[in-house]
Design a protein around this ligand. Structure first.
Ligand code: DX5
Ligand code: ZN
Length: 222
């Protein structure tokens, strides 16, 4: 599939979501939508009604990152609403295999996310039903945090796991990804890059998306 860039609107103007997405729509592969419930993480953003409304106004596929408790109950609804990819946290799921299966059955790619302190052994069970592994490179909850370089070995491990699988599993990094960190992530084997503040704090978010893509492509392993 190659390098993909998924700008996060978390630090964009949330009162004007469709317009903010439009600023990157011609260059982004996905738009990353961070759903937070004030339970799984200490922050509250938006949920299914807002995403359903947004989907009527955008053409770029939605990459929903659910930082919520009980994804077993809530995750399939995001796929049914038309998200292209739905990622849940393994730490929050009662039955991760079933969540991933339900997401796929509802027509989306299924992603499984791990917080910085969570080992990849926790996702072994769900891997056969997984389309993407999301390695958090900050503690989930807020945009604009510093990239955790000590997560790079985990990115390499995720790449090994993905390469060993029969199916095509993508490796996504999320948190503090920008011009100073994207090359290390790409060299470690990530292929889907979430960037929030790096993109939306730039005067021209679309140009930044293209810069990030070029940096990631040049640093990617052959
Ligand atoms: C953090 C979110 C990220 C966030 C990234 O919990 O999952 O998607 O928007 O923002 P930056 O790129 O600013 O770290
Ligand atoms: Zn995210």
């Amino acid at each position: 599939m190659g390098i993909q860039i998924s700008p996060s609107v978390l630090n964009a103007d949330l009162s004007n979501l469709a317009a903010e997405v439009a600023r990157v729509e011609s260059v982004a592969d996905w738009i990353h939508l961070d759903v937070m419930d004030n339970q799984f993480v200490p922050n509250l953003t938006f949920g299914l009604p807002v995403i359903e409304a947004l989907l009527r106004h955008i053409t770029v596929p939605a990459d929903c990152h659910l930082m919520i408790a009980d994804p077993d109950r809530w995750a399939p609804g995001y796929a049914e609403a038309g998200a292209g990819s739905v990622t849940f946290h393994v730490e929050a799921a009662a039955n991760p295999r079933m969540v991933a299966k339900d997401i796929r059955a509802a027509g989306a790619r299924a992603g499984v996310a791990v917080k910085p302190g969570t080992s990849l052994t926790e996702i072994a069970d769900v891997l056969p039903f997984t389309d993407m592994i999301l390695i958090m490179t900050v503690e989930p909850g807020f945009g604009g945090q510093a990239f955790m370089a000590d997560m790079l070995p985990k990115v390499r491990e995720a790449r090994r796991i993905a390469d060993a699988a029969d199916v095509d599993i993508w490796v996504q990094v999320d948190g503090g990804v920008g011009p100073d960190s994207i090359e290390q992530c790409s060299a470690a084997g990530a292929d889907v890059f979430v960037a929030g503040s790096a993109v939306y704090r730039d005067p021209d978010p679309a140009v930044m998306v293209e810069q990030l893509r070029a940096l990631a492509e040049n640093a990617a392993r052959p």
